[in-house]
Write a protein that binds this ligand. Structure first.
Ligand code: ZN
Length: 535
């Protein structure tokens, strides 16, 4: 496309709150829905589908709640029931009366479903589409019509599927959305069929709603756009029932960063907002209390992670050599993994990332690399424990003060029968700490030995206590490894501070208490370094 020519507008429609809410194990509260709608609006999504007002109490309340959103907030529901007039259908009335900017109707477009599921004539289904679109238009709403099972319907009876689309458009629907409801259609089929649809309904009124059952929902969405569709529907992180919906996160990044689309189309998401994409994706997972997919395209933690030494050195010279887009554009970051395959360049890259300045020919870099390799052979895993790596690096470069010294600890596990006759296990730990020539003794009780040790260790470290007040352990993972001669235990501990920053530390020993102790100590010392505690 030649420079200066106006770009075509492509619209994004998010259905995380409606179709995404069908995901197994996902149950949005009213508060979640409002927060997600706000996030999508902030990102620049054109349409946010809120749910089914009138059909579900949370959604009825959602639509009744005053909103300050720039997005076209959309209500979803059925067309009028067969054999009834639009004015005599309570479901349709509740939908049309909802405080929504737009209404998205779902209608059958596969003749087989009309006969078997709806049990009405093909003509009556078209009349229902016509009447429902007309009734919503009369109420001043923007209207979308989802053609359910459109692609399967088209394969079975193209004339009828097209008649449904044409009827909705003729009745005034702003968008006719072609749904791959079963998610089994392939990209080349989508492209061929959409090319036929746009001969009947102009492409600027055609949308695509793809499901991911062959893992091609994103590809199907782009196939539809190539054939002329100008609205893409999807969900954040590809949420949705079965295998999910088209992942809007990947779609947005591709539309913004790949020339084929970026040069041709304009979307509501600005380059500045694109930088919040990784955050939006992870924030949704946090809300759902699930671990973000490390390997998610563009936004996953590993999307720009490199392990092998030669790649890392090339990346330092020119990032474009091994990255299809720059990680910062979507708010992600480059990560060079420190591992047993690590070369000197990985270590240098990682030191640069964590802000440790060192000359690249400094002999201590080689010594650090040797130490990382030696420890990884023992079972340490620095890829997962970046805080322990940072401490190790700082220590070898002489940059970690010896804040305090644990001179002795004692952990005791007691199993007995209590006064109520119940079997109980109680753990107690005593820790002796030397801080600035002063010896402090603390005891702690816990539901297990590691918990008791953690409580005792963090109870009193004298003048440093204020720095660790907000420290909290949020995850504890144990793995038994066979390193050859003996089994050892690797403990990974994830900690969080008052500012919400998280870090992971590692400990390895044949003894689980020892391994845990190392990881706990690293976590505390890391927090002291991070908060700039004086030596
Ligand atoms: Zn769907």
């Amino acid at each position: 496309m030649s420079a200066g020519m106006a770009k075509e507008r492509l619209y994004l429609f998010d259905t995380t709150l409606r179709d995404g809410a069908q995901t197994n194990g996902v149950d949005f509260t009213l508060h979640d829905k409002l927060a997600i709608a706000g996030m999508l609006d902030e990102l620049g999504i054109d349409y946010v589908e809120g749910g089914y007002p009138g059909a579900n109490p949370t959604d009825t309340e959602l639509f009744a709640t005053p909103r300050k959103l720039a997005t076209t907030f959309t209500a979803f529901g059925m067309t009028r029931r067969p054999g009834r007039s639009a004015s005599n259908d309570p479901g349709l009335k509740a939908l049309i009366d909802a405080q929504a900017d737009a209404i998205c109707f779902v209608a059958k477009s596969w003749d087989y479903h009309v006969r078997v599921a709806l049990e009405c004539s093909l003509e009556e289904n078209l009349a229902s589409i016509r009447d429902s679109v007309g009734a919503a238009k009369a109420k001043g709403r923007e209207v979308l019509l989802d053609c359910e099972h459109f692609f399967d319907g088209y394969k079975a009876n193209p004339q009828y599927a097209l008649a449904c689309a044409r009827t909705a458009h003729a009745a005034g629907a702003r968008w006719v959305v072609l749904c791959d409801t079963n998610g089994g259609t392939l990209p080349h089929e989508v492209e061929t069929i959409v090319a036929e649809v746009v001969k009947v309904v102009p492409g600027e009124h055609v949308g695509i709603h793809a499901h991911n059952d062959t893992e091609q929902a994103v590809a199907n969405s782009f196939a539809a756009v190539r054939a002329g569709a100008r609205q893409i529907q999807g969900t954040l992180n590809g949420l949705g029932e079965r295998c999910g919906n088209a992942n809007l996160v990947s779609i947005i990044a591709t539309l913004k960063l790949k020339d084929e689309y970026a040069e041709r189309f304009e979307i509501g998401v600005s380059a500045a907002k694109l930088k919040s994409l990784a955050h939006v994706s992870r924030a949704l997972d946090e809300m759902l209390n699930r671990a973000p997919d490390r390997h998610a395209p563009y936004v996953g933690e590993s999307a720009f992670a490199t392990k092998a030494g030669i790649h890392a050195s090339a990346i330092l010279k020119d990032p474009a050599t091994y990255e299809h887009v720059a990680p910062e554009t979507v708010g992600n970051r480059r990560k060079v993994l420190v591992s047993d395959q690590a070369g000197r360049s990985n270590v240098l890259a990682e030191l640069e990332r964590i802000g440790i300045k060192v000359d690249k020919d400094d002999t201590r870099v080689g010594a650090l690399l040797d130490e990382v390799k030696r420890r990884e052979a023992m079972g340490y895993a620095y890829e997962a424990a970046d805080a322990s790596f940072e401490l190790l690096a700082r220590r070898m470069l002489g940059k970690v003060p010896s804040y305090f010294d644990v001179t002795q600890f004692d952990v005791n596990v007691e199993h007995r029968i209590n006064a109520k006759g119940e079997r109980v296990t109680v753990s107690m730990a005593v820790v002796k700490v030397k801080v600035g020539g002063k010896e402090l003794i603390s005891a702690g009780e816990g539901n297990g030995p590691v918990n008791a040790l953690d409580v005792a260790l963090r109870k009193d470290i004298g003048k440093y206590q204020s720095h660790i007040e907000g420290l909290e352990l949020i995850d504890y993972r144990v793995r038994i490894l066979n390193t050859g001669t003996e089994a050892v235990t690797r403990v990974l501990i994830e900690s969080q501070d008052e500012g919400g920053e998280r870090w992971t530390t590692v400990g390895v020993s044949p003894n689980i208490i020892d391994a845990s102790f190392q990881a706990l100590m690293d976590s505390i010392v890391y927090k002291l370094v991070k908060s700039g505690a004086p030596a």
